[in-house]
Design a binder for this molecule. Structure first.
Ligand code: G3P
Length: 199
C-alpha cells in the first residue's frame, strides 16, 4: 500500500497544476476566476477570446492526467488507476486554490486516454458530436461522462475501470450543478460566447 499512497499523492500533485489559471495570467488576461463562469477550465479560457490559450489549457489539463497514469503504470495497473484518481481529485480540489479547482472534463479525458484509449476515443467523439449539434460545452461533458462508465462496464467488460469512472462521473456532475441548473433554465452560454459575467 505505500505504492498506492505514493501514487495517490503523486497524481494529486500533478492534478493540482491549474493550467487555465496560469496560462491566462501569463497571457495578460488577469484572473480567469473573474471572467465568464469563473471556472479555470478550457471553456472559460475560450471566453477570454484566445483560442490558443484555450487549446493549451485543454492539452495541459488533459495531459497531466495522462502523464500521472502512464508514470504510475510502471508500478502496476492498480497503481495507475489510483494515480489517475488522484489527478482528478487534484484538479477538482487543488490545495493551492483553497480546494476550488476545475470541473474536470479535460482531466477526465486525459486519464481515460492513459488508462483505456478506445473508450477515450468514444468519449471524445461523443463530446465533439454533442458540441457540434448543441453548442453547449457542459452538456457535451455531461453526456460523454454519462456514457463512459456504462460502456466501460457493459461494452468493454472493464468492471474495475467502469466503477472508477462512475465515481469520476458523479464528481464531474456534482461540479457541474450550476451548469445543469442553467441548462434546465435555458440560460447556459454557448461555446465561444464571451459575454456571460462572472457569478
Ligand atoms: O468543462 C467545463 C465545462 O463543461 C463548463 O465550463 O466555464 O461553462 O462552466 P463553464
Amino acid at each position: 500500500w505505500p505504492y498506492y499512497l505514493a501514487a495517490l499523492a503523486f497524481g494529486y500533485l500533478l492534478g493540482t497544476i491549474p493550467f487555465g489559471l496560469i496560462l491566462t495570467k501569463l497571457g495578460g488576461h488577469g484572473d480567469i476566476r473573474e471572467i465568464g463562469s469563473g471556472n479555470i477550465g478550457t471553456t472559460n479560457v475560450l471566453r477570454t477570446g484566445s483560442k490558443k490559450l484555450a487549446a493549451a489549457t485543454l492539452l495541459g489539463d488533459a495531459l497531466k492526467g495522462t502523464v500521472a497514469v502512464l508514470i504510475a503504470a510502471r508500478f502496476g495497473p492498480d497503481t495507475a488507476l489510483i494515480a489517475g484518481f488522484g489527478a482528478f481529485l487534484g484538479h477538482l480540489f487543488p490545495v493551492w486554490l483553497k480546494f476550488k479547482g476545475g470541473k474536470g472534463v479535460a482531466t477526465y479525458l486525459g486519464i481515460l486516454l492513459g488508462l483505456y484509449w478506445p473508450m477515450f476515443l468514444i468519449a471524445a467523439l461523443t463530446w465533439v458530436g454533442m458540441a457540434v449539434v448543441f453548442r453547449y460545452s457542459s452538456l457535451s461533458a455531461l453526456t460523454a461522462s454519462a456514457v463512459t462508465p456504462i460502456i466501460l462496464y457493459f461494452g468493454f467488460s472493464q468492471f474495475q475501470l467502469g466503477e472508477m469512472f462512475l465515481v469520476l462521473t458523479l464528481l464531474l456532475w456534482a461540479k457541474h450543478h450550476e451548469n445543469i441548473g442553467r441548462l434546465l433554465k435555458g440560460q447556459e452560454s454557448k461555446i465561444g460566447k464571451k459575454s456571460r459575467p462572472a457569478e
